[in-house]
Ligand binder design. Structure first.
Ligand SMILES: Cc1ncc(COP(=O)(O)O)c(C=O)c1O
Length: 377
């Protein structure tokens, strides 16, 4: 792992060999014929979208998925030439930029379909789109139950080219349940209707990470893995099915080390009062870096290969830890917030459990103030 010489030592290290490894596992799972759309929305799940996409391009990514047009333009400007699908909303006034950057928006409602088609016709341009079908996620998408109506509209399109059709599972951590099977059955029914009318596009897709790992019936032409690319399992049980390597680790260094007497109050609001003479370390990281305030008096970090609990409230820029029980701690020592140190590890899942959230939110919440240092092992 490279040395951080940027000054403030609170940084994320992004392991591109681990990223390549995870991509190889996905390819091995799905085989050579299924395309892989790599989800790099939200700044590559917090890892740095451009750098991650460059590495994934070299590892055989067939397409990229982002949430916003701005995220897509960033990738195009960085030289990514693969198809980029904009998944979380399209607005008619974005048409010019979508066309000039060869981006593929997702459409999810008949009105938008018509508006985009009219606007593209007016400009005498064509635009490829993917149609999202709501099979039970209850989010974006035309309702499968309304298929007759929107299939009729598909026949009227002049300037829009239907390149893909897809859906999204409601369950991201496991796809073993009845509800998932029901979603898949509804989707298969819609695809059959499209095929019957010779309207099925070349790319049919459904699988998130969980389905990529455990549900080949949901592969169709392309899978859309996100969290597993970054080395995090959709659920702990899936570790027996595929070996993934965490890509991100988050580190800092001890800023100040202080011996305080018993009865000393640490941080805002006196929520932590020492019960003995204690050694308290102050770290240059806080909730403005995305280090959740919910970790106050709950989370832990790694120092010298051991766990040290967070003492008192996480502040905006600083956090205190109790290192009384760790030997030979020095000012400037490395502290791991997320990742490995010797035999010890704090995973995104563990941190998520401390803050009552999911690994996705942990990774995507690391702030813009924290530099990402990209490296190969
Ligand atoms: C439409 C869509 N497809 C695929 C994914 C990837 O899901 P996962 O990260 O669980 O693999 C997401 C993530 O939220 C998504 O919104």
């Amino acid at each position: 792992m490279p040395n951080n010489s940027l000054g403030r030592p609170t940084v994320c290290f992004i392991d591109h060999d681990a990223l390549r490894w995870n991509m190889r596992q996905i390819r091995a799972k799905v085989g050579a014929k299924i395309k892989i759309l790599c989800m790099v929305k939200a700044n590559g799940y917090g890892h740095g979208a451009t750098a991650v996409s460059q590495t994934l391009t070299g590892s055989g990514a067939d397409a990229f998925g982002v949430a916003t047009m701005e995220e897509a333009v960033e990738l195009r400007q960085a030289g990514m030439s693969a198809p980029i699908i904009v998944l979380a909303g399209v607005f008619p006034d974005q048409l010019g930029e979508l066309i000039s950057n060869e981006l593929v928006p997702v459409v999810y409602d008949v009105e938008i379909l018509k508006q985009l088609d009219a606007e593209a016709q007016r400009r005498q341009k064509t635009l490829g789109v993917h149609l999202k079908i709501d099979t039970g996620m209850g989010r974006l998408g035309v309702l499968a139950a309304d298929a007759k109506e929107w299939i009729a509209e598909l026949k009227n399109l002049r300037a829009l080219k239907l390149e893909g059709v897809f859906s999204h599972f409601s369950h991201a951590e496991s796809v073993e349940g009845d509800y998932t099977r029901k979603q898949l059955a509804i989707f298969n029914e819609v695809i059959a209707q499209l095929r019957a009318q010779v309207l099925a596009p070349p790319l049919v897709h459904f699988a998130n990470s969980a389905a990529t790992i455990t549900m080949p019936a949901a592969y169709f032409d392309m899978v859309r893995p996100g969290i597993m690319l970054y080395g995090v399992y959709p659920s702990a049980a899936m570790a027996s099915q595929i070996v993934l390597k965490p890509v991100l680790s988050w580190k800092t260094k001890i800023l100040q080390l202080k011996k305080v007497p018993s009865g000393a109050s640490i941080s805002y609001g006196q929520t932590f009062v020492t019960k003995r003479e204690s050694l308290i370390a102050t770290l240059p990281v806080g909730y403005a870096d995305g280090y959740s305030r919910l970790l106050s008096n709950r989370g832990a970090v790694l120092v010298g290969g051991q766990r040290a609990p967070i003492a008192g409230r996480v502040c905006m820029d600083l956090t205190m830890i109790d290192v009384t029980d760790i030997r030979n701690v020095q000012q400037g020592d490395e502290v791991v917030l997320l990742g490995r140190q010797g035999p010890a590890e704090i995973s995104a899942d563990e941190m998520a459990a401390w803050t009552n959230t999911i690994s996705y939110e942990i990774l995507t919440s690391v702030g813009a103030r924290v530099p990402r240092i990209h490296y190969n092992t």
